[in-house]
Structure formats: C-alpha cells, structure tokens
Design a binder for this molecule. Structure first.
Ligand code: DGY
Length: 321
C-alpha cells in the first residue's frame, strides 16, 4: 500500500502528478485554507503533509495525528511549524532552501529601488492625472548607486543581495548572528561586519533577511527605527513580526524614515490598513520568491523531501535539530 499524504494547498499539476506516483494523495483543488480543526481531520491517518506557510503545525495537531511521519514545507522559512514538538513526536520537518536565494535577493533589490525612487507613488500620481508639467523636485528620491547598504541577516539570501550591490558601487555593512568567513565577506562586496546599532545608524538602505524566531519578534521597533537616518529606506523580505508594523507606520507617517518596501506583514494575509494611507511605502503580498521557475523549483524540492522521507531515503533538507 502506498503511503498516504495530504497536499494542503494547490500546487503545480506536474508536482501533484509526481506525488501521485509515490503516494495515495488527498489534495485541495479549491485551495481552501483549512482551519486547525479541518487540517487535523484531513491529516488523520496520513503519513505525510506537503505544507505551505498557511498551515500551523502545533503540538495539538501533532497529538491528533500520531501516524504523521513527515511535514515538508514548500518554503525556506518554517516558523509555521513547531519543530521541537515535531521532533519530540518523531516527525521529520523539511524546508526548501537554496532554490529561492537569487529570486528573493532580486526582489529585495527591487523593493529597495522601488521605495528609494518612489516608483509606485510615481505611477499612482501619473494614473491620477497629476502629471501636468516637468518640475525639478517632483518625486525626487534617493540614489541606490554609491549608497551604503545595510543587510540584517547575512545568510545565503543576504549574501546574494550583497553581490548584486557590486554593480551599483554600493558599500555593504551587515549584521548577523556571527561574522562570515573572510572569503565570504570578500565575495559579498567586501561586506563589513557591524553591530545592529551601527548598521541602523549608518546605512542608507536597510534590508531585513533574517529567519523569524520568537527571539527576533519586533527586532525592528520604535528604538531601532529612531536610530535610522531620516533619508533611509527599510526593506523587509524576511517575515512579518520581525518589524513592529505599528511602529513602522508611525515612523513613515512622521517621515522619521524616508520610505519602506514591505513584502511580509504581521498576521498576513491580513495587514494593518494604515499602511494603505501612506505614500512612502511600497507594499507587496509576500511575493519575494514568486518567479515561475523558482516556485516550480520550490515545489519540486518539497516533493523530493517528502518522497525521500516516506520511501526510506534521506530527505535532503531536514530542519529538525
Ligand atoms: C519562504 O520560502 O519562506 C518564503 O517566505 C515564501 O516563499
């Protein structure tokens, strides 16, 4: 008998087809987001879960599904999963690292440039018919070239962002749990390791790429925003919850920082509606990894992990300690 799995959200048909070759699959063609109760009911008796960021894997869910052996998340982040509880329950947890590094780095750069050069604000202005004549100070923004880029979280995505900055003659400073090896710093545009406070004080543009953990909840709050230059741009392609959204909204409204590019929100897909009243923020719906090729690669990577986990192989991307 084939192992039984639940594919919690809609995925590429070819990935689903591949999973069907190995497993007895229950899928979710309507792409409903299951409540915790419905997820537990559907997962009962299943050996594996192909999950996304919208499924919360809690001790309660794990206790209700004792047959479960593997949870394979189609994301590099896995803060939706209680990994300690999964480990205690003997459940393998995997993620999809590497395949999205470059696409996410591209998008971090995109948001930084869009916010610094006020791209969405300019488009709204044009669409609203406000473009009557050329004026020397209409929609002036900040330069990217020659600026100091501060990267918080210098993992592989952070390093990719730093490499992109070489073509823009930027200087890179970074803050991370630990300092990178000298050869990695050299490849990352000779990035210089600094304290978080120095980074916030001196960077022209700050990009957040740290994985979420409860210890980093609101790591950017009122005190941190107060350290930033009034001309600075803040970009978050990491996770909602890293930034205190209410504090960011206040800083943007009072122009204590110049702008922001935000792809992730506390409580998404809900978000603080006050963001919508601000012209100095570029808002996107958690799409940093959303190129077609990368989303396909993420789906295949999650499938590789699930197939290995339930057919006696070694999943390539286990995150249990
Ligand atoms: C991830 O992979 O963690 C992203 O946030 C979703 O693509």
């Amino acid at each position: 008998m084939k192992p039984r799995i639940l594919v919690a959200r809609a995925i590429f048909p070819e990935t689903l087809e591949r999973l069907r070759q190995h497993f007895d699959v229950e899928d979710n063609p309507n792409d409903d987001i299951f409540s915790p109760e419905e997820l537990a009911a559907r997962l009962k008796g299943k050996d594996g879960l192909f999950s996304s960021l919208s499924e919360r894997i809690t001790p309660q869910l794990l206790a209700a599904c004792p047959q479960l052996k593997a949870v394979c998340n189609m994301a590099v982040g896995y803060n939706n999963i209680d990994v300690d509880a999964a480990t205690a329950a003997g459940v393998v947890v995997t993620n999809t690292p590497e395949v999205l590094n470059k696409t996410t780095a591209d998008f971090g750069f995109t948001l930084m440039m869009a916010a610094a050069r006020r791209v969405t604000e300019a488009e709204q202005w044009l669409r609203a018919g406000q473009w009557k004549k050329w004026r020397y100070d209409d929609l002036v923004g900040a330069d990217i070239h020659g600026a100091t880029l501060g990267i918080i979280g210098m993992g592989r995505i952070g390093q990719e962002i730093a490499r992109r900055s070489i073509g823009f003659d930027m200087q890179v400073i970074y803050h991370n749990r630990s300092r990178l090896a000298p050869e990695l710093e050299a490849r990352a545009n000779n990035a210089r390791y600094v304290s978080k406070e120095e980074l916030l004080r001196t960077a022209d543009h700050v990009i957040l790429v740290v994985p979420y953990s409860p210890a980093l909840h609101h790591m950017i709050g009122p005190a941190e925003l107060a350290l930033m230059k009034p001309s600075a741009i803040l970009v978050n392609v990491a996770r909602g919850g890293i930034v205190d959204d209410a504090a960011l909204i206040a800083a943007l409204r009072e122009r204590r920082i110049a702008g922001a590019g935000i792809d992730v929100f506390e409580n998404e897909p809900a978000f603080n509606p006050e963001f919508l009243s601000l012209s100095n923020v570029v808002l996107t719906p958690h799409i940093a990894s959303a190129s077609l090729a990368t989303r396909r690669a993420m789906a295949e990577c999650a499938a590789d992990n699930l197939i290995a986990a339930l057919t006696g192989g070694v999943p390539p991307n286990v995150v249990n300690p």
